[in-house]
Ligand binder design. Structure first.
Ligand code: F3S
Length: 64
């Protein structure tokens, strides 16, 4: 599973990094980026999906 952040949509809400810190981190301006090329570690799939569905800007895409 991989996660992608559309940086043109991200407004820096930051909830993704709270919901799934193993996949998402925030840069110094508070915008999201993925760790490890967006690769979702085993066992973190549900958190990654929660992060995606919780993004107010719908900026996160998850691919199985
Ligand atoms: Fe950006 Fe959405 Fe995360 S707006 S900081 S990708 S919750």
């Amino acid at each position: 599973m991989k996660a992608y952040v559309d940086s043109t949509k991200c407004s820096g809400y930051g909830t993704c990094a709270d919901a799934c810190p193993s996949v998402f981190e925030l840069d110094e301006w508070g915008y999201a980026a993925t760790r490890d090329d967006g690769l979702v570690p085993a066992g973190e799939e549900e958190r990654a999906r929660t992060a995606a569905s919780g993004c107010p800007e719908n900026a996160i895409r998850i691919e199985d």
